[in-house]
Design a protein around this ligand. Sequence first.
Ligand SMILES: *Cc1c(COP(=O)(O)O)cnc(C)c1O
Length: 429
Amino acid sequence: MKYYSLNHHAPKVSFQEAVIQGLASDKGLYFPETISALPQSFFDNIENFSNEEIAFEAIKQFVGAAIPENKLKEIIADTLCFDFPVVEVEIGIYSLELFHGPTMAFKDVGARFMSRCLAYFNKDKKDSKNTVLVATSGDTGGAVASGFLGVDGVEVIILYPSGKVSDIQEKQLTTLGQNIKALEVDGVFDDCQDMVKKAFLDESLKHKNLTSANSINIARWLPQMFYFFFAYKELKKQNKELVFSCPSGNFGNICAGIMAKKLGLPLLHFVASTNVNDTVPRFLASGFYDPKPSKATISNAMDVGNPSNFIRIQEMYHNDLVHFKKDFSSYTFTDEETTEAMKTIYKTNGYIAEPHGAVGYLGLKRELHNYPNAIGVFLETAHPIKFLDVVEPTLNVKLEIPAQIESVIDKEKVSTKIKTYEELKAFLG
Ligand SMILES: *Cc1c(COP(=O)(O)O)cnc(C)c1O
């Protein structure tokens, strides 16, 4: 399997090279050259497969010869070490809970898969290391830190904006030690992101073998397909069509869902639910892609003004807006609507949704008017504890601290403060 750059000015590469590079040399995102649907018999019998077997079938064509099959199976088993429950919160409306992993956000799956692929590619390179450099507004940092902890041959450097992530998120990325280093940047998320981008372009850092661990990296993006297969397996027996709503920021998750559909998974419709960072809803309304600087909201993991994976989605529809709109809708919601939805879900069902899941719920409810006979699934992308400063006062509840969080909360934070790009460079050495 080869990957091409969506900017079309870089050579085609293997899965291995695409994972190691992250972004192509022309700064384009990588995209698979071919996508082959899985046999109908697989979908007919999906309930007889384990999650690990399903994941293997879904991803093997994208990995190709880069990793031997038995090794790939090991990586998948190691990645999927937790559950993905589908919980009914209303008649015909389900929450697909993606937060039961080690850092309690859905990014655990992609981070664990990518780290294990990199470790495999590094196994024979005793003296050259890869450096994963990642900017985080909160959740990515923790998932990447946990996913890469102790992985041989990979050093991880996480940049986060000082004072702008929650206490729990900060602990998750500053307390692990070993091969994980945290840089606390005197600035906002965009400053962290700018420094990381600059480092990738910096010729004098070539020897550091820098790579990214954002969803631009195919090894973080593609495993997110698995969720849609797992939910389908769970809900298939109801014999109804499925509409999925993804709370969307960089649109990696929903783009993986569309890839699952390309593989033949029978999904009726996708909804990209956003907060007020509404570049994609505006695009669908006007046909004009006009990114804007991001605005801060209570669903902060989706505060993205220019979603990096949207170009992959457009590629899958060959930029055909009419066909695209048949499969895909996108709606935007304010923080007030989000907290109202959290209260409604809690009041009617006793279900505690955090702000990202609540945005997903809102988009789903709106879309289901068009598909009254379908089942709706919204992705609950984080555990409520990760957004406890919104969840507790909004719902007037006290959340119990889960074991995964308990284990980091009393550990000592270790970070290095930086302010400028020069300081980042000096740190990288
Ligand atoms: C990253 C994240 C999102 C957005 O996912 P994308 O794949 O970037 O669209 C939504 N919710 C939570 C909790 C996240 O951490």
